[in-house]
Design a protein around this ligand. Structure first.
Ligand SMILES: O=P(O)(O)OC[C@H]1O[C@H](O[C@H]2O[C@H](CO)[C@@H](O)[C@H](O)[C@H]2O)[C@H](O)[C@@H](O)[C@@H]1O
Length: 282
């Protein structure tokens, strides 16, 4: 079954038709972890699905822009994606840290404002707090320089631990001017003021974009979904894609319920990108 037959909403069918009719002004926005990179237990080991670079290389010259919008540092996503110095991806942009950082393939450089001081304060206090809370074995803190992500995936009870840590981590973040961004078995303490919706909106304005496809898998992608939904109300076609879990985890319902199309993880996203490329070539 092709993409069109799997889309479950009229707005999504209009989004696909718009993209196919006007690819030159279209933007394809993609989340990284869970969408382009299969979910793994150790964030440092996450890599883009092997089909991603070939699919993006095929699609990128046929659409206006391709942009990765991620909670990762922009350079990490570029490195783990295999996007740097890759022929065919010279115009790729990665918006990292929910838009606080930007990496452009053309220069290979990252631009960002310095992180607010609250990040250093949270970095200093977090280990003691986790000790006080008797955080279980397997808790892992990913220090992303401008944010700290507390992962529970490797504990015996990932969901229960996440629920138990949420209030104290929110209190710690709030005391230092940060917010908690919840995700798949992770609570991220990060600066406020930017999210994937704001990041996508700015990028779309910069490119004077027409139709937009956005694919994501987690709660952090909801803001980008909302941006595409708002644009649809103003007549801009949009297609919302959910990369569903393939690891036995439950899907992120809030996202799957709003999506026009649910595909089977990064492999399904690769198939979608390839099908788009072949339909645009035809
Ligand atoms: O916006 P994204 O690109 O989806 O990044 C969101 C978070 O993704 C990473 O965590 C997730 O993927 C890990 C590796 O597969 C997995 O172990 C973890 O359970 C997932 O939540 C990343 O480590 C975080 O820093 C990102 O914020």
């Amino acid at each position: 079954m092709g993409i069109a037959e799997q889309i479950t909403s009229q707005a999504g069918r209009t989004g696909l038709a718009g993209l196919l009719a006007d690819p030159g002004s279209a933007v394809v926005g993609l989340d990284f972890d869970g969408t382009l990179a299969p979910i793994v237990a150790d964030p440092a080991q996450a890599r883009a699905h092997p089909g991603v670079v070939p699919a993006l290389t095929a699609l990128a010259p046929l659409v206006g822009s391709v942009v990765i919008v991620t909670g990762r540092p922009a350079a990490t996503a570029a490195a783990h994606g295999g996007f740097a110095a890759t022929p065919g991806l010279e115009h790729l942009t990665v918006l990292g840290h929910y838009g606080a950082e930007r990496w452009d393939a053309r220069t290979g450089a990252v631009t960002a404002a310095p992180p607010p001081p609250g990040v250093a304060a949270v970095r200093a206090e977090l280990p003691l707090l986790l000790d006080d809370l008797e955080a279980p074995a397997g808790i892992f803190v990913e220090d992303k320089e401008r944010a700290l992500a507390v992962h529970t995936r490797r504990t015996d009870d990932p969901d229960g631990t996440l629920a138990r840590l949420r209030a104290p981590l929110t209190e710690l973040a709030g005391r230092h001017g940060l917010v908690v961004e919840p995700g798949r078995m992770v609570l991220e303490l990060r600066p406020p003021g930017v999210d994937k919706g704001v990041a996508l909106r700015k990028f779309l304005a910069e490119r004077d974009a027409g139709p937009v496809l956005f694919a994501g898998d987690d709660l952090g992608d909801l803001a980008a979904y909302e941006e595409v939904s708002q644009r649809r109300k103003h007549g801009h076609p949009g297609l919302l894609v959910c990369s569903g879990p393939v690891t036995g985890e439950a899907p992120v319902r809030e996202l799957a319920d709003r999506a026009d199309l649910v595909v089977a993880g990064p492999a399904g996203v690769v198939d979608l990108l390839n099908e788009l490329a072949s339909r645009l070539r035809a």
